[in-house]
Design a binder for this molecule. Structure first.
Ligand code: ADP
Length: 478
């Protein structure tokens, strides 16, 4: 005989019966599970007590309870009419006496809940039954709490193992993310900053991810590229300036040497007849003019570059202006054995808005280059052509000179750039003539283009905006 401890047991209801209850108070949870069946039995005991003796009902009730580790027991006058589990035999006397004690305690008119303190504790829910023949009885819902408790313990162990595992996995994932997503890129950034600090910009910082660190890396890469471009262009500028200084010194030295030589010749009396003296003096003048042109070009460019030249725009007839302009060179070109052609494909009354002095300088530079870069093996030819380009007039200066290589062509408008040095050696130049052309044309709102083929010739074109013919004080060249 085992000791039975009777205890009131508080039933859990509603939302309280959650997973936490299952873990913290499994017996309460079991009580809650069997509660609907218990309530059904109580109402049967009240309305139709004899119905409890129906074996169909007994098996049905018991079948449902089995799934909740419970079984049904019916007692009538101390005689057990139904017991839904073979385990009942082991505890039958305890259960019967416990049910009896409940009656003695008379805690509630119906539905008692008690807890039996044993190796495998039993939860007993007892209901009183008064059969129609006057006999006294009880039905008991017996729940073996041990099964559930062990199930809960196993589940609890699994939950703890799972929790520990997930903590480890989470920690691993976070560490891996920290390493690949933060530490490694920051390390690359640190190395990149160090490289930049030591003056090396020839590397690439790559990161595909579009997160904050990825954006930081791409901003850093952008900064590196920007710095590199600036330093490269500064280096190129310095190189160009150095080259230009050397070219200019050479270009100044050559006429100076000639002037010195001819002047000494005059002083020493080498030019002993008026004809010779005249020739010497003429050469001195020509060389001095060359030098003046060079110095003038340099100072002009410097003024242009610093925007110190004021523009005086005038509305002029395009065809007349450019024809006159080209005409000014005809005698000089003829003397240099150049064939010339002026072709106007625009309407004769089209007006353009331009600064005469500046555009004359553009034409001077383009025609000057056509002469300078002539092909000595053929008769030179220079063609100036005007064509319509929507709201502008396009002016092209074409020659049949030595041409410009494909690699040099994109750079010829850069300041101080001199293309194909081996082929142009011996032809004086500063590399700023076309830079001046571009600057002036752009100040006029136009654009410059170049087309060239080695050994065939070069065509440099620029556009000038058309202007409406106006009455008033406009200076109109016609
Ligand atoms: P430069 O003072 O050297 O002539 P430019 O700025 O006028 O400088 O021209 C830049 C370079 O473009 C020249 O050094 C030359 O190599 C090339 N170039 C310009 N015009 C011509 C042309 N008509 N034919 C061949 N090469 C030309």
């Amino acid at each position: 005989m085992i000791k039975v401890e009777l205890r009131r047991f508080n039933t859990v209801h509603g939302t309280e019966a959650n997973v936490m209850t299952l873990v913290s108070e499994p017996v309460k949870m079991l009580d809650e599970m069997t509660e609907p069946t218990f309530r059904t039995l109580l109402s049967i005991a009240k309305d139709d007590p004899d119905g409890l003796m129906d074996s169909d009902l007994q098996y049905r009730i018991n079948g449902g309870l089995c799934e909740q580790d419970s079984y049904f027991v019916l007692i009538k006058d101390d005689e057990v009419l139904f017991a839904g589990s073979s385990e009942f035999d082991e505890y039958s006397s305890d259960i019967v006496s416990a049910a009896e004690s409940l009656k003695a305690e008379a805690l509630e008119p119906e539905g008692k809940v008690i807890y039996s303190d044993k190796k495998s504790p039993l939860l007993l829910k007892v209901g009183n039954v008064s059969f129609t023949d006057g006999a006294d009885g009880r039905f008991v819902l017996v729940t073996d709490t041990g099964i559930l408790i062990s199930k809960v313990r196993t589940a609890l162990d699994a939950i703890i193992i799972l929790a520990v595992l997930s903590i480890f996995i989470t920690a691993f994932v976070i560490i891996a993310w920290l390493f690949t997503g933060v530490i490694r890129p920051i390390d690359s950034l640190r190395k990149a900053a160090k490289e930049i600090g030591s003056g090396n910009l020839n590397f690439k910082l790559e990161r595909e991810e579009k997160d904050e660190i990825g954006e930081l890396c791409s901003d850093f890469e952008e900064m590196r590229r920007h710095l590199k471009t600036q330093i490269d262009s500064k280096d190129r500028y310095e190189l160009d300036v150095r080259e230009m200084v050397s070219n200019v010194s050479h270009d100044l030295k050559t006429p100076l040497t000639a002037i010195k030589g001819y002047a000494e010749g005059l002083l020493d009396g080498v030019a002993d007849n008026p004809e010779k003296r005249n020739k010497y003096l003429k050469t001195i003048v020509v060389k001095a003019i060359d030098m003046t042109t060079l110095v003038d070009e340099l100072s002009y460019f410097s003024k242009l570059d610093t925007n110190k030249l004021p523009y005086k725009f005038e509305l002029l007839n395009a065809k007349n202006f450019f024809e006159d302009c080209f005409e000014d060179y005809s005698i000089e070109l003829e003397m240099k054995n150049f064939a010339t052609e002026f072709a106007s494909e625009i309407s004769p009354d089209i007006m353009v808005l331009l600064d005469v002095e500046q555009i004359r300088r553009v034409m001077n530079n383009l025609i000057g280059n056509a002469v300078k870069y002539r092909d000595e093996n053929k008769d030179g030819k220079i063609t100036v052509r005007l064509t319509d380009a929507e709201d502008s007039v396009r002016i092209s200066v074409a020659d049949n000179g030595i041409g410009i290589s494909r690699a040099s062509l994109p750079h010829i408008f850069d300041r101080f750039y001199r293309a194909d040095k081996s082929r142009t050696a011996g032809r004086a130049g500063t590399g700023i003539g076309l830079a001046i052309v571009r600057k002036i044309v752009e100040e006029h709102g136009g654009r410059v283009f170049a087309r060239s083929e080695l050994g065939i010739g070069t065509t440099i074109s620029f556009t000038i905006k058309k202007g409406a013919k106006q009455n008033g004080n406009q200076n109109i060249n016609s």
